[in-house]
Design a binder for this molecule. Structure first.
Ligand code: MGP
Length: 247
C-alpha cells in the first residue's frame, strides 16, 4: 500500500480520499456514493476542510447533528463517576469527534479494525482540532478492550456503532437484528456488556424493537431513541445498563 507523504509527517493511505467534486469519484462507485455525497456537509460540517473517507466508509458515518446529540445524551446520562468513553467501532470518526468536542470525558478511546479507516478518523479529528484528546487503537473491540480496561469497568461507558451489513438493511421493513452481519445484536450485547456497565448501541431505524427488549432480563430497562435529521429518522440508539436510568 502506498502512503503519500503530505509534508507534515502525516501519511495518507491511497484508500483514504477527499473528493472535491462528485466528478472526482471513480465512475464505478459514483452511484453508491451519490446519495451520501449530497449530504457531505451534514455528515461532516467541515467536510471541505480536508475530511478523508474510504469509499466504503461513507454510508456508516453518523451524521454530525446526530453524533452531537448522542454525545450530549451520554454527557448528561452517563454515571457521574464514568470518565472513560470507548467508541468501539470508531469508523471514520464521526462519533469519536463529537465525544471529544463534548469535553465530558477524561479519556476517549477509539477502536477501529480497519487501519485505513482509522487513518481517516485521525485525519478528521485533526480537522476538528481534537486529535490529541483521543487514544487511537487499531484492533478488535471484542478482543482488545477487556485487557485494556481491566479494573476500569465501573468507570467506562461504551458506545458502539457497528456495521449493519451495508446499505441493504433498508430493504427490510423491520430489520432482523439476529441476522445483522458480521455481528448480531446478541453478539454485540454479550461481548460489550462484559466490559462496561453502561452501553449504547447505534442501530438501524427499522430495528425490531422486540429483539432489543428480549436482550435484557428481569426488571432491567432499555431506552431507545430515534435520531432524526430534517424530520426523518436516521437511526436509533439503544441505551442499556446505567445509561437506561433517568433518560
Ligand atoms: P442510510 O439509510 O444508508 O441513508 O443511512 P439515508 O440518508 O438515511 O437514506 P434515506 O433513505 O433516509 O434517504 C442512514 C444512517 O444510518 C447513516 O447516516 C449512518 O449514520 C447510518 N448507517 C447506515 N449504514 C448502512 C450503517 C452501518 O452499516 N453501520 C452504522 N453504524 N451506521 C450505518
Amino acid at each position: 500500500m502506498s502512503t503519500p507523504k503530505l509534508g507534515n509527517g502525516i501519511h495518507r493511505p491511497d484508500t483514504c480520499r477527499h473528493y472535491n467534486k462528485l466528478g472526482d469519484v471513480p465512475w464505478d462507485i459514483q452511484k453508491q456514493i451519490f446519495r451520501y455525497w449530497h449530504q457531505r456537509n451534514t455528515i461532516f460540517s467541515k467536510y471541505d476542510e480536508g475530511v478523508w473517507l474510504t469509499d466504503d466508509a461513507w454510508f456508516g458515518v453518523t451524521p454530525e447533528p446526530v453524533a452531537l446529540k448522542i454525545a450530549h445524551h451520554l454527557s448528561v446520562h452517563a454515571p457521574a463517576d464514568h470518565d472513560i468513553l470507548v467508541d468501539a467501532f470508531a469508523g471514520a470518526g464521526g462519533n469519536t469527534i463529537a465525544f471529544a468536542l463534548s469535553g465530558r470525558w477524561r479519556r476517549i478511546i477509539a477502536i477501529e479494525k480497519d487501519a485505513d479507516v482509522l487513518e481517516c478518523a485521525k485525519q478528521n479529528a485533526r480537522v476538528y482540532g481534537v486529535y490529541d484528546k483521543i487514544e487511537w487503537i487499531q484492533g478488535d473491540c471484542f478482543r482488545d478492550l477487556d485487557p485494556l480496561l481491566e479494573g476500569l469497568k465501573e468507570r467506562c461507558t461504551i458506545f458502539a456503532s457497528p456495521p449493519w451489513g451495508g446499505p441493504t438493511y433498508r430493504s427490510a421493513n423491520v430489520f432482523d437484528l439476529s441476522t445483522m452481519e458480521p455481528y448480531s445484536l446478541k453478539t454485540l450485547y454479550e461481548g460489550l456488556s462484559q466490559t462496561s456497565t453502561a452501553l449504547a448501541l447505534y442501530l438501524p431505524r427499522t430495528s425490531d424493537l422486540r429483539q432489543i427488549a428480549e436482550i435484557v432480563t428481569g426488571e432491567d430497562k432499555i431506552n431507545v431513541i430515534h435520531y432524526c435529521v430534517g424530520g426523518a429518522s436516521k437511526a436509533i440508539c439503544a441505551f442499556f445498563g446505567a445509561l437506561s436510568q433517568d433518560a
